[in-house]
Each structure stands twice: as structure tokens, then as C-alpha cells.
Design a protein. Structure first.
Length: 303
């Protein structure tokens, strides 16, 4: 049984089609990335998963519980950290987390609340009023609220947007531990280096459709390959290699070239052609492409 099963979900707002038939199956225990530019439909999809919005058609289930027909059980399976800083200014951090526990019918949950606060460095702020907290601390409380009922599925919608490096490290250590313990994690983020480091598998949304879905490693290898960056102290790039140049402006009289390669075995033939052309290499670097390269290519429509 999938942790999250999304089947042909469509959602429109007047003349805008936010989701145009999205289907995804996220396995239990995955660390899954949901990526896309602003307006791609990520937050709409998360709102539907969380039961905060209804799809025009299609279905979503969490651990087999339909988010519309079996909302109560589906919601128990899920913890969502929203983008927006939403909080009640009249309660302390501990009171906020106790109330959140109460929404799920949990009593005597203080031991887990204390553990969550400890791992998110909130213990020192337990009795502080929510309105007195900094933006970063408020975001930590949002994370704690999502985890207070120990949900098997955790959805993080831009959890580190605008927060300090310390919170990022603290958050990912704790979330990583929960994932290793079997919790499914779904992450949306504009920090693609985070997605590359954390996510086993990635889906990319563009204009409400899934335009890429694969393991992170396979996407990087299949779409982007690597780059060979050459600086020449003598000579120029031979014509036979110019089709490999990724930045055409480099051909306008320059001595530095970035060539796209798909396999390390391609490097030696390139060097051989340079030697035959009388070019002398001053510096050479082989750079592995990353998820950002893949993202840019896909969003620009390149294959």
C-alpha cells in the first residue's frame, strides 16, 4: 500500500488550470521531493492531500484512506508544515502543542512534546508566548505541531524558506531520523541542493503536470550528464567539438569552454582532438551536473 496515492487529480480556478491530471504514487518510507517553479501547482496539490481543498476530479488517499470519504483517518496519518506562519498569539509554545495534541484526541502527550521541542531547540522557549517568538522560532513550532501526533506521513511545504542555517541543520537532522525510523517525508523546496541531498526520488511539476519523475541520481545522469570545463593557453577549440559547447557565447573568441559529456569515457577522445588541433590545456575541471541543471533544462523544455 502506498503512503500517498494520487490518481489523475485535476483542479481549476476560473480560467487557470492549477492541476491538469496529476498521478503519483509515493511509497511508505520514501523521502520524496515535489519540485517546480512558482505557480506549478505544488501548494494546490498539498492542500488537496491535506483535505484543505477539494479536487475537481481524481482521488487522493493516505495509507489507503481517501482524503474526502475517509477524511478523519486520512488526516490522522498526515502532518503538514505549511508555508505560511499561522499561529495563535495568546498561547505559549507548550500550550500550542498540547492543544494540537487535543485535536487528535491525544492525552498525556507531554513526553513526546518534550522530545519534539528538544530536537527542534524549542525547550528554552516552551513557556514563551507565541507572539514573542522570532520568525525562525515560529517556524520551528509549526514543524512541532505537524509532528505532535506522530504521523506516518510528513509533508513539508517550503519548511526552510527564509530561515537561518542553524534551523535548517536542526530540522533536517530530526526529519532524517524520523525518515530512517519509517516515516514517509514529502518535501517541496526552492533550495534544490536540499532536495538533491535529502530526496531519494523527485517529481517535477510544470503548469500543473508532472514533467519528470525518477530517482534523483537517475534524473541527474539521464538529463544532464557532466561538464568538462577547459581553459586553453594556446589554440582554439576544433570544429569537431563545438557541438558539445553548452554556452555558445564561449565560441566568440574565448579560451574557456564548457563541454557537455554524458560519460567519463568521452573525456579522453576530447583531449585527443584538442592535441591534434594543437591546443594546449591550461586548466581542466570535470564537474558533475546537479539537480539545478536538471530543473533548468526541464523547465525550459529541453530534453
Amino acid at each position: 500500500m502506498a503512503a500517498i496515492q494520487i490518481t489523475n487529480v485535476k483542479k481549476g480556478y476560473q480560467s487557470v488550470q492549477a492541476l491538469a491530471g496529476v498521478s503519483l504514487s509515493i511509497a511508505q518510507g520514501e523521502f520524496f521531493g515535489l519540485l517546480g517553479p512558482n505557480g506549478a501547482g505544488k501548494t494546490t496539490l498539498i492542500s488537496i492531500i491535506a483535505g484543505l481543498n477539494r479536487a475537481d476530479s481524481g482521488s487522493v488517499s493516505i495509507h489507503g484512506h481517501d482524503v474526502v470519504r475517509d477524511y478523519r483517518q486520512a488526516r490522522r496519518m498526515l502532518g503538514v508544515v505549511p508555508q505560511e506562519l499561522v499561529f495563535d498569539p495568546f498561547f505559549t509554545v507548550r500550550e500550542t502543542l498540547r492543544m494540537q495534541s487535543g485535536y487528535f484526541g491525544l492525552k498525556n502527550n507531554d513526553a513526546w512534546i518534550d522530545e519534539v521541542m528538544h530536537h527542534l531547540d524549542l525547550t528554552g522557549k516552551a513557556e514563551a508566548n507565541m507572539r514573542a517568538l522570532s520568525g525562525g522560532m515560529k517556524r520551528r513550532v509549526l514543524v512541532a505541531q505537524a509532528l505532535v501526533h506522530k504521523p506516518p506521513v510528513i509533508v513539508l511545504d517550503e519548511p526552510t524558506a527564509g530561515v537561518d542555517v542553524e534551523l535548517r541543520q536542526t530540522l533536517w537532522q530530526f526529519i532524517g531520523r524520523l525518515n530512517r525510523e519509517g516515516h514517509t517525508v514529502v518535501l517541496t523546496t526552492h533550495y534544490l541542493e536540499e532536495a538533491q541531498a535529502l530526496c531519494n526520488r523527485v517529481a517535477m511539476l510544470k503548469a500543473g503536470q508532472v514533467v519528470a519523475l525518477d530517482t534523483t541520481a537517475a534524473l541527474i545522469k539521464r538529463i544532464s550528464g557532466s561538464q568538462l570545463v577547459l581553459s586553453l593557453s594556446q589554440g582554439h577549440l576544433p570544429d569537431s567539438l563545438k557541438s558539445l559547447v553548452t554556452h555558445p557565447e564561449e565560441l566568440l573568441g574565448g579560451r574557456k569552454y564548457t563541454l557537455r559529456v554524458t560519460d567519463y569515457a568521452e573525456v579522453e577522445p576530447i583531449l585527443a582532438r584538442l592535441r591534434e588541433a594543437g591546443a594546449r590545456i591550461e586548466d581542466m575541471q570535470l564537474q558533475q551536473a546537479d539537480l539545478e541543471d536538471v530543473f533548468i533544462q526541464i523547465m525550459e523544455g529541453e530534453k
